[in-house]
Ligand binder design. Structure first.
Ligand SMILES: Cc1cc2nc3c(=O)[nH]c(=O)nc-3n(C[C@H](O)[C@H](O)[C@H](O)COP(=O)(O)OP(=O)(O)OC[C@H]3O[C@@H](n4cnc5c(N)ncnc54)[C@H](O)[C@@H]3O)c2cc1C
Length: 408
């Protein structure tokens, strides 16, 4: 294997490992470096999130050999219901209902719990020839020359490769060290995240209630369980999170309603501060950014990881095709293809989630009227509805091969 095939990935969260597995399939030698040791990441209580993964993302996970490990714990998302609401007032009569039977492909996606996804990624990387894991090591420096890139780790050691890929999350040091600036802001909102058990079945329906202080998502998990992503203004979120479990559930119940019967907590509670952060470029010399390192967005539409996985599929395809054609995968022309493919899509997605959050997270009566009429119109138009369903299923736009269910 030539040094042209050695790729360094900074960040072993979710996108980094997915990319490592895809690139290893294409014959690259990949080293994944993460600041955290492996033990805390494998702990089921490490991260309470569950991800609404679009059908396109599920196909990618299948393509990199993960779906067999995840399928048994994944909950198909059959329908999505979107409602405008007020705590304690019940939903407004205006709503949107997206039913998976309006498209031919099957469920719009799957709910996958972080504890299962993270574990499957780590296990698969450990079993895959061509993937080396460096855990508990922080990257503190990087330098680029005409022949390669070199990273400095916090123990003083150095590691070299042909390309470095920053999968190091929202405050990406990889981007910073390359001089890539960011645009973004804090939403003044925090998500309260937990899993709940409930008395009645959810029937595979995902609910999004828009409340004046932020959206509440109730997302179906296996069994009679759901994942809650409950966004409030940050001050109030901290007050709610400081309550004991009974107080927390008492605050949730009026926002939630009684359509799932009695509810109880089914695990630990977590909080996530919300903000937008967009890197001003996705590439530099011998460098590319993927996932939250390139675009960290509001979870309002459950698009963050889906967009990151689309970066993964697009970058893996771009590099694999370059290698097959005998091009240097690290050449500026090859990396520019990746940026051209993903930049507009990710910037539009960031703008759309930002606009959505501003439009829905307020109680202005004129905006409320406008959005309720808008929802009513979309709901009444089958072609628009199908467009939304295909978008939610991650089936629209220029899909990389792995997201079309084809081999890399
Ligand atoms: C409340 C909430 C709900 C969400 N729900 C959904 C959803 O339903 N669907 C969806 O698609 N998305 C969702 N998202 C978005 C999704 O969680 C993120 O997009 C995703 O976790 C980003 O993964 P990543 O691998 O890019 O970054 P991260 O998970 O942030 O990983 C970055 C990794 O880099 C490592 N690192 C950082 N710096 C260094 C360094 N210097 N050296 C070595 N390692 C380093 C860190 O240790 C970390 O492991 C949600 C987000 C939130 C906040």
């Amino acid at each position: 294997m030539s040094t042209k095939d050695e790729i360094l990935i900074v960040g072993g969260g979710l996108n980094g490992p997915a990319l490592a597995l895809a690139l290893a399939q294409a014959g690259f030698a990949v080293t994944v470096i993460d600041a955290l040791e492996i033990d805390p990441r494998e702990n089921p209580d490490f991260d309470g999130r569950s991800y609404a993964l679009a059908l396109g993302s599920q196909r990618l996970l299948d393509g990199i050999g993960l779906w067999d490990r995840l399928a048994g714990d994944a909950q198909p998302m059959l329908d999505i219901k979107v409602t405008d609401g007020h705590a304690g007032h019940g939903p407004s009569p205006f709503f949107m209902h997206f039913d998976h039977r309006e498209i031919e492909e099957g469920p719009m996606g799957y709910m996958v719990e972080d504890r299962h996804l993270r574990r499957a990624l780590l296990d698969k990387m450990r079993e895959t020839d061509g993937v080396t894991l460096l855990n508990g090591k922080s990257v503190t420096g990087q330098s680029t020359s005409a022949t390669g890139v070199s990273l400095t780790l916090d123990d003083g050691s150095q590691i070299s490769g042909a390309i470095v890929i920053g999968c190091d999350g929202r405050s990406s040091g990889t981007a910073q060290r390359a001089g890539i600036k960011r645009t973004g802001w804090d939403y003044g909102q925090t998500s309260l995240v937990c899993s709940i058990s409930h008395e009645l079945p959810h029937n595979g329906v995902a609910h999004q209630f828009f409340m004046p202080s932020g959206p509440l998502a109730i997302l179906p998990l296996t069994g009679n369980r759901s994942s809650i992503v409950w966004s409030e203004t940050t001050g109030l979120a901290h007050e709610i999170n400081a309550l004991d479990d009974d107080g927390y559930l008492a605050a949730l119940q009026p926002r939630f309603g009684d359509f799932l019967g009695e509810i109880s907590l089914a695990g630990k509670r977590f909080t996530y501060p919300l903000g937008l952060t967009l890197a001003n470029a996705m590439i530099a010399d011998r460098l590319a950014l993927v996932g939250d390192a390139a675009h960290g967005v509001h979870p309002i539409a459950g698009q963050g990881l889906n967009a990151g996985l689309r970066d993964v599929a697009a970058l893996a395809e771009t590099l694999a095709d370059a290698k097959r054609r005998g091009e240097d995968p690290a050449s500026p022309l090859v990396l520019a293809r990746y940026q051209q493919w993903r930049r507009f899509d990710t910037a539009s997605m960031a703008l759309a989630t930002d606009t959505f959050n501003r439009l829905f997270s307020n109680d202005n009566p004129l905006l409320r009227l406008g959005r309720d009429i808008g929802m009513g119109l979309i709901n009444a138009a089958p072609a628009l509805r199908r467009g939304f369903i295909r978008e939610a299923a991650g089936l629209s736009g220029d899909l990389p091969r792995l997201m079309r269910g084809r081999p890399l």
